[in-house]
Design a protein around this ligand. Structure first.
Ligand code: NAD
Ligand code: GLY
Length: 401
């Protein structure tokens, strides 16, 4: 038996009445507000808006200095433009460079970033700037939450995943030997600036992995957006011409609006925000089994996890098999992994997966809490999932050729 925790009304709030329209391009960036009272902030989305970063920061904190935290890859490609934006606005900026990759979200990485921010004489009233993907956002955000008992910070996300998910909502963290994101804080940024031009330099595999989180918003609560993605994903991926560029910006804006709405209603994940973890229980288990390595990127693991969540929902007769197949087909069509046998290096054994699933969301008396779906755009928190049903389902999936 599966108990539903989330009221249907909260799902309905997520769904727009119509599919997004690719309106003619305007040079004005899109601004999405995250409404959190005194901690509200804007997500500014647009192509070529990096030059406006200094002026936007100066408007928010007129006399602040900044410490820009970034990784080697992003520094090589985008730090020059960011430093120039601050210089043009007369804002003193120091640089903190870390090695990229999930390994940076460690106690050692955290210590290095904190010490570097302190050494740069960043005081209360100054700002940390997280320039990079989700790893840098999570790490620099957590350092900002801790140094001098809390500094304000700005997210400048440069991966698709970070632009649609990790830079928004204030979850910051490093990893523990016991699992991912186990040490962290809720600490909201004061501004998110997503220049979509930075995605031009992102490797195709990283872009695709980030797209899993875009599709996630459609699957969670916005069937019209999912249909729009089915029709327009090629433009979102290519962005070679004006219509592609508009489609990409639109997909990012719709995603940010969906996340901002959920975060505004449930900042600390006491209820509805858990929906954003669709695919994450299965996904985290796969990611952990692959050693949090390049073998399976976070977004790829989420895609495979969402495919499993929809497959399991169909097996539990919560939705039609054809509806689950449609969700999975789209993820596969864009090149994301959806089958266990496609996990690079081979799928993890059943017992290892079950152990990791139990660690991610504690099993209570043989029951699990998972995010399942009654349809595309109709995800819900299912609290009474029998562990043995999950085991039987995964066993079948592992046997598939
Ligand atoms: P990432 O930060 O590791 O970036 C991926 C790679 O792309 C890195 O090698 C990076 O150097 C490179 N890169 C970044 N921007 C680039 C650009 N514009 N051009 C070229 N290369 C670029 O990975 P990610 O997928 O952005 O983030 C994954 C992390 O985000 C995970 O640690 C995950 O736990 C976290 N996350 C956090 C939240 C949250 O709410 N805080 C949500 C989702 C994911
Ligand atoms: N990515 C999950 C959350 O922000 O809640």
């Amino acid at each position: 038996m599966i108990a539903r925790k989330t009221a249907p009304r909260s799902r309905a709030k997520l769904a727009p009445k119509a599919a997004p329209k690719t309106t003619p391009r305007s040079d004005d960036p899109t601004v999405v507000k995250v409404a959190l009272g005194a901690r509200s902030y804007d997500i500014v989305i647009g192509r070529g808006i990096m030059a406006s970063l200094g002026a936007r920061v100066a408007a928010l904190r007129p006399s602040a200095r900044v410490a820009i935290v970034t990784d080697q890859n992003v520094a090589r490609l985008h730090l020059g433009a960011v430093a120039a934006a601050f210089a043009d606005a007369g804002i003193p900026a120091s640089r903190v460079l870390v090695a990229g990759g999930e390994g940076a979200k460690s106690f050692r990485g955290f210590e290095e970033v904190c010490e570097a921010i302190i050494a740069a004489r960043v005081e209360r009233g100054d700002l940390v700037v997280a320039l990079g993907g989700g790893v840098i956002g999570d790490l620099a955000g957590f350092a900002a939450a801790a140094v001098r008992r809390g500094l304000d910070y700005v997210q400048v996300p440069t991966t698709l995943l970070a632009q649609v998910d990790s830079s928004v909502g204030g979850k910051t963290a490093i990893n523990s030997v016991h699992g991912k994101n186990l040490i962290g804080a809720f600490h909201q940024p004061i501004l998110v600036l997503a220049d979509t031009a930075t995605l031009d330099t992102l490797p195709a595999r990283e872009f695709r992995a980030g797209y899993a989180e875009v599709a996630k918003y459609g699957l969670i609560g916005d069937a019209a957006f999912f249909s729009w993605l089915e029709a327009n994903w090629r433009d979102v991926f290519s962005a070679r011409d004006a219509s592609g560029s508009v489609a990409r910006e639109l997909a990012i804006a719709v995603s940010c609006r969906a996340k901002a709405a959920i975060v505004a209603r449930d900042e600390r994940e006491t209820g509805e925000r858990a929906l954003l973890n669709l695919g994450h229980t299965f996904g985290h288990a796969l990611e952990a089994a692959c050693g949090f390595s390049d073998r399976l990127l976070h977004g790829e693991a989420v895609a495979a996890g969402m495919a499993l969540a929809f497959g399991f929902s169909a097996r539990q007769r919560l939705l039609q098999k054809s509806e689950a197949a449609r969700a999975i087909r789209h993820l596969a069509e864009v090149g994301l992994p959806t089958r266990l046998k496609n996990i690079p290096g081979g799928p993890p054994p059943l017992e290892a997966l079950m152990e990791l699933i139990a660690q991610d969301k504690k099993v209570k008396r043989g029951m699990l809490t998972l995010i399942l779906a009654r349809g595309i755009g109709a995800a819900f928190v299912a609290s009474g999932v029998e562990e043995r049903d999950v085991r039987a389902f995964l066993s079948e999936k592992l046997a598939e050729q």
